[in-house]
Structure formats: structure tokens, C-alpha cells
Ligand binder design. Structure first.
Ligand code: PLP
Length: 349
């Protein structure tokens, strides 16, 4: 493949980025009169580190990935948007992704006026790599793969995923938002060898910190540099940096909670498999179960009327009458299965 540089949009390549006061000065100082901050109200009176050095050091140690290969964003959603903005020329380039998958790839493409080409997953929700290759052309700059996939819950085969890198000249972005709930290995270390591979991870799922908005992208230095060039200067706020550093230090707590969620996932699967209204429970490597019922809208409304909100994914390709159920606490899951039991009684199932 050609160099990463040749994939970057011309206007971005020539862009002179905004340089913030804290970009220009490195180090400790007693007197900061460079950023028009307020001298009172400390410590949040100061702008945060635009390069998130402390946070990236923690991520680097945890993931065994050098700091220069790490981008941190306001959720992985920011990284998705910035990748499109850096590499896809509006109205010219296109993006390819399996269908169904995480909705933000399509939304971000549309916001950036980039053609989004969907390739239907096989009936068992595995990747149709042949169809992906057929749909991609010389203007395909990004292929987004979400593994484990949202909303189907399955992981894609490693050899199929890597086979795309054999022929694809653009960026292969693998979104691993749900990887911690899977026993299969991820691809983050592969970015050190594969120049056009980008891996996305997040603190929103296994780490339990959706509220602080912290996403990570791992990639070669050239890709990380361009993301840093076009991000807003202080994209991660000081409170998020502080909480993320604290959270990432508690790796054991995260692992304990992940194991608990996986245990509950197994228990709920067992319970649901005995319930007559549940027709299919799809395999899941994630913190949710996709289930097929007879009438998804009716069951969704029934549960919503009892203050239990699941996601009706009936509109997603190949997911007719499917509900996506997030694995909650044991008590929440009991409330769910009790409510489905009542639904069945009322419907004489
Ligand atoms: C596959 C996938 N990627 C990314 C995200 C969003 O991640 P973040 O909260 O880091 O923006 C989600 C959220 O549901 C998701 O399902």
C-alpha cells in the first residue's frame, strides 16, 4: 500500500493547526499568564493538557502501546468523526461497513457528506468479505468493522478481518468497544505492525465510565498525528483526565465487574431460553443479548410501560423482531424476566 500521507485529504495535509498556549510551553511554571485564564477558582481555572500526556502514559503502560500510537478523544465517537474528516474528501470518497452495525459510522459519514456503503452481513451475522471487496473502490478510504459487533453481539473471524488488510489500500478501523466481554483477542497490538489499521476502544462499556466520555484510538504515528492536528485543542477536559487516570489504575475492579456481567449474561441467556416468547437468542461476546421475539414492538411497549427500556432493533437489516437487551445488574435482569413472564401470561403463551 501507499503511505498514510497519501491518504490524508489535501486540505488537511496543508493545514496549519491552531497552536494553544499550552502547546507552546512545556514544563512546570509558577506564573501562567499565557492563556487568559482566571487566577482564582483553582485548580479548574487552568486549561487541561492539550496532549493528555499523563493520561496517555497510563494507557500506554496498560495496553503496551507507545504514547505516540495513542489518540484520546471525547468518546470513540470523536475519533470516528475525526478519522472521516482527516481521510475522506466530501462528495468524492466513500466508506464501507457491514450492515447492521454501530449507527454512528453512517451518521458521521452523512454529517461529513461522505458516501456510506453498507454490505449486508451473512445470515449468521458473519462478515461477507467478498461483498466488501466488491463494493470497495479506489475512493474507499475507510472500512469500519465493529467486533464484537453492535447490535448483533458476535465477533468476526480473525482471518477474515486480517484478509481485508491484504488487499485494502485505505484505513481499516476496528471498533473494539465491547472487546472486554469477549474471550477472543483484539487487534490493538497489530497496529504496531500494520500501518493502515486503526483500533478504537472506550471507557464507556467495560470500564463503566460512559459519563466521562473517553475514547481511545490506536494506530501508527502518522495517523495519530493527523488526528491530533485536527482535534479541538482541549478535547479532553480536566475532570475527565483525572477520573480516567483513576479508573485505569483500578484494572482489577474492572476485570471483576466484567466477569460479573459475563456471569449474569450466561444466567439471563439460560432463563430467556426457557421462555416461550423468546424465539432466538443470538451468540454474544458483548454486554448485551440480541433476541428475536414474535412481535418486538409489542414487547418493547409492554416493557417500556413498566419502566424497563430495551432497544427495539427491528429496523436493522436481518434483525426483524429483534430486541437488544443490555446486561444490567442481577436485580434488573430479574425485573426484566419477571415482566416478560407476565407478558407471556397475559398473552397466554
Ligand atoms: C460499537 C460502538 N462503538 C462506540 C460506541 C460509543 O463509544 P463512546 O461512548 O466511547 O463514544 C458505542 C456505543 O454504544 C458502540 O456501540
Amino acid at each position: 500500500m501507499g503511505s498514510i500521507n497519501s491518504l490524508i485529504r489535501a486540505g488537511i495535509k496543508s493545514l496549519k493547526p491552531y497552536s494553544s498556549a499550552r502547546d507552546e510551553f512545556e514544563g512546570e511554571s509558577a506564573v501562567f499568564l499565557d492563556a487568559n485564564e482566571n487566577p482564582f477558582f483553582g485548580p479548574l481555572n487552568r486549561y487541561p493538557d492539550p496532549r493528555q500526556r499523563q493520561l496517555k502514559k497510563v494507557i500506554s503502560e496498560l495496553k503496551s502501546i507507545p504514547v505516540e500510537n495513542i489518540f484520546t478523544g471525547n468518546g470513540s465517537d470523536e475519533a470516528i468523526d475525526l478519522l472521516i474528516r482527516a481521510f475522506c474528501e466530501p462528495g468524492v470518497d466513500n466508506i464501507v461497513s457491514p450492515d447492521p452495525s454501530y449507527g454512528m459510522y453512517e451518521v458521521s459519514s452523512a454529517i461529513n457528506t461522505v458516501d456510506f456503503r453498507k454490505v449486508r452481513l451473512n445470515n449468521d451475522f458473519s462478515l461477507n468479505t467478498k461483498a466488501i471487496r466488491k463494493v470497495a473502490d479506489k475512493n474507499t478510504k475507510i472500512i469500519f468493522l465493529c467486533s464484537p459487533n453492535n447490535p448483533t453481539g458476535n465477533s468476526f473471524g480473525r482471518s477474515e478481518v486480517l484478509s481485508i488488510l491484504d488487499w485494502f489500500e485505505g484505513l481499516l478501523v476496528i471498533d473494539e468497544a465491547y472487546l472486554d466481554f469477549s474471550e477472543k483477542p483484539g487487534y490493538s497490538l497489530d497496529v504496531l505492525a500494520k500501518q493502515n489499521l486503526v483500533v478504537l476502544q472506550t471507557l464507556s462499556k467495560a470500564w463503566g465510565k460512559a459519563g466521562i466520555r473517553l475514547g481511545m484510538a490506536f494506530a501508527c504515528k502518522e495517523i495519530i498525528e493527523v488526528l491530533n492536528k485536527i482535534k479541538s485543542p482541549y478535547n479532553i477536559n480536566a475532570l475527565t483526565i483525572e477520573e480516567a487516570v483513576r479508573t485505569l489504575h483500578d484494572h482489577q475492579e474492572k476485570e471483576r465487574r466484567v466477569q460479573e456481567i459475563i456471569r449474569i449474561r450466561h444466567q439471563v441467556r439460560e432463563k430467556l431460553s426457557e421462555m416461550p416468547s423468546i424465539k432466538t437468542i443470538y451468540p454474544s461476546d458483548a454486554n448485551f443479548l440480541l433476541v428475536k421475539v414474535d412481535n418486538a414492538l409489542e414487547m418493547y411497549n409492554y416493557l417500556a410501560n413498566r419502566n424497563i427500556i430495551v432497544r427495539n432493533r427491528s429496523g436493522a437489516t436481518g434483525c426483524e423482531n429483534c430486541l437488544r437487551i443490555t446486561i444490567g445488574s442481577k436485580i434488573e435482569m430479574e425485573m426484566l424476566t419477571d415482566a416478560i413472564g407476565n407478558y407471556e401470561k397475559e398473552h397466554k403463551l
